[in-house]
Design a protein around this ligand. Structure first.
Ligand SMILES: [Fe+2]
Length: 232
């Protein structure tokens, strides 16, 4: 029996080839922006710029070129999904660095403020010991019995008795320098425990879709922000 299918989560991945000297400057800039803080503030939690006043990395001269390049790939992601971009406007809403020290994590969450989210890795070798990104699709239909893949004492064949392959309730992405990952913002995700050696450096991006300026919006698509009326 051969099973073919489409994974229900559109996970975009593109591998960039950054100049090592540029990366070194970016790492240094992130450390300077972080300052003396090392957590969020729970010592087990990675430091994230979004809640520490560092959420406009796209306006920082050290990162403008990189973020411009990432935004081109975000547009390509929309193309790949089948959207007509002449009837959409894609906005970069916020962009922030994340630094995970040894053993630090980012707990499971999603981004209700955005529609499309991305993460770019400044370091990592792809082997998964520097804090994998774990994504949980909305519903794991392949478990057949709802909850079976996460419940106690699952009847699975894998050597360690955990769900694997089609039955796995999540997808892990290992950080690799230059890798850019895109996924729907509504997808629950977390960053697993970082290894004990190096800091894990990444940049997160949140995008929002609206109608183009001056154009009628499709149902459920917000008009362009310049047509909004600020009240307070
Ligand atoms: Fe996140």
């Amino acid at each position: 029996m051969q099973i073919e299918g489409l994974f229900p989560l559109a996970l975009g991945q593109v591998q960039l080839r950054p100049d090592p000297l540029v990366v070194a400057r970016q790492l240094q800039a992130i450390l300077e922006l972080r300052g003396l803080a090392e957590a969020n503030p729970d010592p087990a939690c990675a430091w994230t710029g979004d809640i520490n006043g560092v959420w406009q990395l796209h306006r920082h001269p050290t990162f403008v070129g990189l973020i411009d390049e990432l935004c081109v790939h975000a547009c390509a992601y929309l193309d790949a999904l089948g959207f007509d971009r002449t009837r959409l406007a894609l906005h970069l809403q916020r962009c922030w660095p994340v630094v995970s020290g040894p053993g630090q994590v980012v707990g499971r969450h999603h981004h209700p403020n955005a529609h499309l989210s991305g993460v770019y890795y400044l370091n990592g070798d792809g082997r998964g010991h520097s804090g994998c990104l774990r994504l949980w699709p909305f519903r794991q239909v392949n478990e057949l019995v709802p909850g079976l893949a996460v419940g106690h004492d699952g009847p699975f064949c894998s050597p360690d008795g955990t769900p694997a392959g089609w039955l796995q309730p999540w997808v892990d992405v290992a950080p690799r320098a230059g890798l850019f990952v895109l996924f729907p913002s509504s997808t629950d995700h977390a960053v697993l425990s970082n290894g004990e050696d190096d800091g894990r450096f990444s940049i997160s991006l949140d995008f929002v879709l609206t109608a183009p300026a001056g154009a009628a919006a499709a149902e459920y698509l917000a008009p362009h922000p310049q047509e909004w009326l600020p009240l307070a």
